[in-house]
Design a protein around this ligand. Structure first.
Ligand SMILES: [Zn+2]
Length: 72
C-alpha cells in the first residue's frame, strides 16, 4: 500500500509504503530532507508534525532496541 504524503515544508509529493493500515513514526522528505512524525490510520494520513534531529535519533535508538529484543 502506497500513501501519498505532501511535504508540509516544500510541498513535494512523497509516497510512503505502508505495511499495515496504520503507522506512527518518523518520516523524512526525500527532497528537502526535513523530518516529520507522521500518523496514519486506516490508510489515511492523520497528522504530520515537524521532528527535530535529536528526537529522530532518540526514536531510532528505541527502534534499534526493539529490533534487538525481537531477535532474542
Ligand atoms: Zn520536503
Amino acid at each position: 500500500m502506497l500513501i501519498a504524503i505532501k511535504c508540509p515544508k516544500c510541498d513535494t509529493e512523497n509516497s510512503f509504503s505502508l505495511v499495515d493500515s496504520s503507522y506512527q513514526g518518523p518520516y523524512r522528505c526525500w527532497k528537502c530532507r526535513e523530518l516529520f512524525t507522521i500518523r496514519i490510520e486506516n490508510n489515511e494520513l492523520k497528522s504530520c508534525e515537524p521532528l527535530t534531529q535529536e528526537e529522530f535519533d532518540r526514536q531510532q535508538e528505541i527502534e534499534a532496541l526493539r529490533a534487538k529484543f525481537k531477535q532474542q
